[in-house]
Design a protein around this ligand. Structure first.
Ligand SMILES: [Mn+2]
Length: 275
């Protein structure tokens, strides 16, 4: 499979100012994504039950799109659920919330994303304890995704959003401590711009652990609208053997259509593609 371009669609009203390009009904968003030449869509739903599976299947077929990934962030945004809460009941609810999205997305061959639901090491909690809770949950959720033939995506976030892991180099040794081998990294170029010494080197370090890419410039606008230098980054991704999506998780600025157009221009300039 060649590397393909995806674009984000947000169905969560509370996230209407978040870094998602389209904030309308699926059909409207899919029509626009297809018209711009995207191969896939990444959806940010309120809940696994937010989307009618039959309708989604029909819309994907009609607009010639793949489901690239499904986000779980509304579990944090709406319910403050995390996998590292000190409350075991909250961790269980977080696992159920993510598990339902894994099941839904897996039916479409798409992975679920663990971003903000990873949580953080809370004040007064030893780091090793928080990591043990995270390990326990990932070791349950990873095999659940594996049963559906999809990876589970773990996204290192920048320091303002978590204190668990901020770089590829930080998180790789932790992944080695898991029993599951099914957790892959989501490398988000916006977070990496803040945290990594060298984004291209970090992507090469991720290597075969790379499972998804969030394509965003330094300011979280579409790639090409900030000051990230794309050439070395794209070279690292292209040479890694990565065959998944680069997905525009960006602000709809100056407007959604411009962000979509700029993303596809960048994609066509830097990534091998066949559409
Ligand atoms: Mn991201």
């Amino acid at each position: 499979m060649p590397i393909r371009a995806a674009i984000t669609v947000c169905l969560v009203p509370e996230a209407r100012h978040g870094p998602f390009v389209f904030h309308e009904a699926l059909e409207t968003a899919f029509a626009k994504a297809s018209a711009h030449g995207f191969h896939g869509v990444e959806i940010f739903p309120t809940h696994a039950d937010d989307i009618d599976g039959l309708q989604l299947r029909d819309l994907l077929r009609r607009y010639g799109l793949e489901l690239a990934a499904v986000g779980t962030g509304s579990g944090w945004l709406r319910r403050q659920l995390t996998l590292t809460s000190s409350d075991p009941h909250v961790r269980m609810q977080a696992r159920d919330f993510i598990g339902a999205i894994i099941d839904f997305a897996g039916g479409f061959g798409a992975p679920a994303i663990i971003g903000s639901m990873q949580g953080r090491v809370a004040d007064g909690i030893p780091r090793e304890q928080a990591l043990a809770w995270l390990r326990e949950e990932l070791d349950q959720l990873g095999p659940r995704a594996h049963a559906l033939g999809v990876p589970l995506l773990y996204e290192p976030l920048n320091r303002y959003e978590t204190n668990l892991f901020n770089t590829v180099g930080d998180v790789l040794p932790f992944l080695q401590t898991l029993r599951t081998r099914n957790v892959r990294l989501l490398c988000d170029l916006f977070h990496m711009n803040i945290e990594e010494q060298d984004i291209a080197s970090a992507l090469r370090l991720a290597g075969h652990h790379l499972g998804h890419v969030h394509l965003a410039d330094s300011n979280r606008w579409a790639m090409g609208m900030g000051h990230t230098s794309m050439a070395a980054i794209a070279k690292a991704v292209n040479e890694s053997g990565y065959d998944g999506f680069v997905s525009a998780e960006v602000l709809p600025r100056p407007d959604a259509d411009s962000a979509a157009r700029q993303t596809m221009e960048t994609f066509r300039q830097f990534f091998v593609q066949n559409r």
